[in-house]
Design a protein around this ligand. Structure first.
Ligand SMILES: [Zn+2]
Length: 346
């Protein structure tokens, strides 16, 4: 009997629940709005109702290998307890894993959305393409998510809170961040930050093209701004140069610390990769001697069969969080079989 999994991608706006098989990919996906205003128990009911529906459709023919849940953090593992998550207001202290398990009467695995996105990128995206099973991924969205995969396993740290590189410091006296610090990477290279920086430059009078965009479309997106830059606006390009520079500082620190073979930039803003990556690479080369020594074609790699340190845009798009939640139960099952379970997972 072939196995299947159920994955849940819980977001602040959308809730997606899917059945998945390794051989066939996504079998069926349920898409719902996340009913935050109806209270967290309404959201848990929606999650459990969707899981029950998929179990009814597939568990007669296939064996359930497990249920994976990806959620916005901060998340404490293995308890599956949320700590004041910015994208789930009012959920501070909520025992997400226990709430879902009490409703379903089936064990589930809870994981942060950035970690499952990194897992998916490693197993199904650029990691698979390059034959690499360790990577560090930054997801540029409302904030900056981060996941670290080491030898095919999510690196959790001691309390499940590893991978918060969005809150590494870029400028000590920079704008106040939601985490309590100032000048975090998230304040310079998230989609939210790009809009803020663009509006600041428009208000300063230095960026007439952005001011015109903000005038005609006050709720302009990072995509609108990237179109403006791609059409040749130096004002808009300057914003993406600044994004690339901040990312280059952050990733340079990560390269120096981790010396992993692969760093991946994902999330909606990664669509502007061609606009910000030249400044990113310039900054990484300046900040990280580890990168200079190990980038493709460098001296350390001379004559060796090695891909070197790669920094690339993510292969997987908006499905990475959902796919990661779906493959999580397979990964855990393999670790159990291999006798190397990660005790923080459950
Ligand atoms: Zn921060």
């Amino acid at each position: 009997m072939s196995s299947f999994s159920v994955g849940v991608d819980l977001g602040g706006t959308n809730l997606r629940i899917a059945a998945y098989m390794r051989t066939s990919g996504l079998l069926e996906t349920i898409l719902l709005p996340t009913r935050l205003s109806a209270g967290r128990h309404a959201v848990i009911e929606d999650i459990c109702h969707g899981i029950h529906k998929l179990l009814a459709n597939y568990s007669m023919k296939h064996e359930l290998i497990g249920i994976g849940i990806g959620t916005p953090g901060p998340l404490e593992l293995p308890a599956g307890r949320l700590h004041n998550p910015p994208n789930l207001p009012g959920w501070d202290g909520f025992e997400l894993r226990a709430a879902i398990e009490n409703c379903l009467n089936i064990p589930v695995t809870v994981e942060s959305d950035a970690n499952v996105a990194a897992l998916a990128e490693c197993v199904l995206g650029s990691g698979r393409t390059l034959g690499i099973d360790s990577l560090c991924m930054l997801t540029l969205g409302t904030g900056i998510g981060n996941g670290i995969i080491l030898n095919g396993k999510i690196w959790h740290g001691a309390h499940g809170m590893a991978g918060e590189a969005g809150h590494t410091n870029i400028w000590p006296d920079g704008p106040a961040c939601g985490c309590g610090s100032n000048g975090c990477l998230e304040m310079y290279a998230s989609a939210t930050a790009v809009r803020r920086i663009a509006l600041e430059s428009a208000r300063s009078g230095r960026a007439p093209a952005i001011a015109a965009l903000a005038e005609t479309k006050p709720d302009f997106t990072t995509r609108d701004l990237s179109h403006l830059a791609a059409s040749g606006s130096p004002d808009a390009q300057q914003v993406f140069d600044d994004v690339g520079r901040a990312l280059g500082i952050g990733i340079g620190d990560l390269v120096n610390t981790l010396n992993l073979p692969l760093y991946v930039v994902g999330g909606g803003l990664a669509n502007a990769w061609n606009l910000f990556s030249p400044a990113l690479f310039q900054e990484v080369r300046h900040r990280s001697y580890v990168y200079r020594l190990t980038e493709p074609g460098s001296a350390v790699l001379n004559g060796k069969i090695d891909t070197g340190t790669r920094i690339i845009a993510a292969e997987l798009g908006a499905d990475s969080g959902l796919l990661g939640a779906c493959i999580l139960p397979y990964t855990i099952s393999e670790q159990r079989t291999a006798g190397t379970p990660d005790t923080t997972l459950r």
